[in-house]
Design a protein around this ligand. Structure first.
Ligand code: 3PG
Length: 283
């Protein structure tokens, strides 16, 4: 009997696991659950007899793919698939799928929520600022970007977007102004919300040159991936510009280097943008 292994270091909601189990067993497959593993080496061992893998941010490296001798398919429950070695999967004829859009609203609400939290000085009792009338740039107009734009319009923000893969008319229909380059977006917008994937083209692409273009009281919101940020550049810029803030759902590699920017560097203790109790899979 072919085995479907749900391998998630960050577990799904118990109800979601139960539904997956029922579907898998009704289809005549064996179901196995492997959660909260401590080390990558444990994950490598666990996949050995799996025919299919259902994962979250779990790292499906070449080593994992080679260890799973019978592997046919990997399903990444989520949008970003930068945690899967596509080259290694292709070489072994393993299909890789994701579930784009399923957790987008949760991420978008967090992005806006973090903006409000920062604008109101972390709710510390002092007078902050409002989002109404401010410019917001959506960097990549995919599922999450579209939700962020929609919520931001409700706040009365002026919303712009840059995405070379999305037609201008799609943005126009949403009453979002399309700009022609990332440079133009960053130069125009006080707030920029990042929704680009992490890949060879985007890694460390958010650098000093781009960030320097942002206007006074700039805020970069990152609910995407830490790998797209050039951290050394970000630290340099934040040291030079005391009006620049960085809020993120993904802690940087060197948290200690950011501690000097108290009040204008905020990050969640755990990457949780996609996870709410209204979202069955990720409860
Ligand atoms: C995604 O790419 O869908 C999100 O980043 C969710 O990732 P997670 O499985 O780590 O919550």
């Amino acid at each position: 009997m072919k085995k479907i292994l749900v391998a998630t270091q960050k577990p799904f909601a118990p109800a979601a696991v139960e539904s997956i189990k029922q579907i898998v067993e009704a289809a005549g497959f064996e179901f196995e659950l492997y959660e909260k593993y401590a080390e990558q080496t444990d994950f490598v061992k666990a996949v050995e007899t799996a025919n299919a893998l259902i994962i979250r941010s779990d790292k499906v490296t070449k080593e994992v793919i080679e260890a799973a001798k019978n592997l046919e398919i990997v399903v990444r429950a989520g949008a970003g698939y930068d945690n899967v070695d596509l080259e290694a999967a292709t070489a072994k004829g393993v299909v890789v799928m994701n579930t784009p859009g399923q957790n987008s609203n949760a991420v978008a609400e967090l992005a806006i929520g973090m903006m409000v939290f920062l604008a109101r000085n972390s709710f510390n009792g002092s007078a902050g600022t409002e989002l109404k009338g401010k410019t917001l740039g959506i960097h990549a107009y995919g599922n999450v970007g579209r939700y962020v734009a929609n919520i931001a319009k409700g706040f009365g923000m002026k919303v712009y977007a840059f995405d070379p893969y999305v037609k201008k008319k799609v943005m126009k229909k949403d009453k979002v102004k399309a700009v022609k380059s990332a440079e133009k977006l960053y130069a125009k917008c006080q707030y920029v919300s990042l929704h680009i994937p992490a890949n060879e083209q985007t890694k460390e692409s958010i650098d000093y040159k781009l960030l320097s273009l942002m206007p006074k009281n700039a805020v970069l919101v990152n609910t995407a991936r830490k790998e797209v940020i050039n951290e050394a550049d970000m630290i340099k810029l934040m040291a030079e510009r005391t009006d620049f803030s960085y809020i993120s759902d993904i802690a940087p590699n060197n948290k200690a280097d950011f501690e000097q920017f108290e009040g204008r560097f905020l990050f969640t203790p755990k990457k949780m943008g996609a996870q709410t109790s209204d979202n069955l899979i990720f409860e």
